[in-house]
Design a protein. Structure first.
Length: 202
């Protein structure tokens, strides 16, 4: 078993890739439009669909206590948002290079998705005000609602109980990979919208 310092170490070691995601987040601009929110959801739909389907294909490697049926619903939340925004929610045809199938690898993928859900609570409130969105247009960022905190705590508990120190390099590699995939998706979106790239990316 590993102690609770494992995820603290992972947070530190993924900081660079995490900051790249934050640097390209396209929805906090002064003149952000609802059309940009729709484009963002479509971009994340493509990414989350493939990652969640990959995780579910390898769910036998994960403890039942993770409750994957609840966790791998984020692509469906996005579809709900797109539908209420009257925007195409057709499942995309894409192919990400997801190669990690082990417990540590899949937990690394989940670490990023679950952490993003945790942070989405703040984003949801901000977008609701800035874009005048209804609650049924913010399913993705609203996450598990009041259960968001407990779901994160459950994830960390399962990680601490099931991962070994020898798993760390795979855990780190897979988490960084998802951060990179999401950052690229947002970076592509920023370029499509014609925004200036962040200085750190030039």
């Amino acid at each position: 078993m590993v102690n609770d310092k494992l995820l603290a170490r992972l947070k530190k070691d993924t900081l660079v890739e995490h900051q790249k995601c934050e640097a390209t987040f396209p929805l906090f601009g002064e003149h952000t439009q609802k059309s940009e929110y729709k484009a963002y959801l479509q971009s994340m739909h493509k990414i989350y669909t493939e990652i969640e389907e990959h995780i579910l294909r390898h769910q036998e490697t994960l403890p039942a206590s993770l409750e994957l049926e609840k966790r791998c619903q984020k692509r469906l939340w996005i579809e709900q948002d797109l539908n209420t925004l009257q925007t195409d929610a057709t499942p995309p045809q894409t192919k990400l290079d997801l190669t990690e199938n082990s417990l540590a690898g899949v937990m690394g993928y989940l670490y990023v998705l679950e952490g993003a859900t945790l942070g989405g609570q703040i984003i949801s409130k901000r977008l609701k005000q800035s874009l005048n969105l209804d609650d049924n247009q913010l399913n993705f960022f609203s996450g598990y609602g009041p259960q968001t905190g407990p779901m994160w705590k459950n994830f960390t508990k399962v990680a601490e109980e099931n991962l070994q120190e020898s798993d760390y390099e795979i855990l780190l590699r897979s988490a960084n990979q998802v951060f990179q995939i999401i950052a690229k998706g947002m970076w592509d979106l920023v370029r499509v919208e014609g925004l200036e790239p962040p200085r750190t990316w030039i």
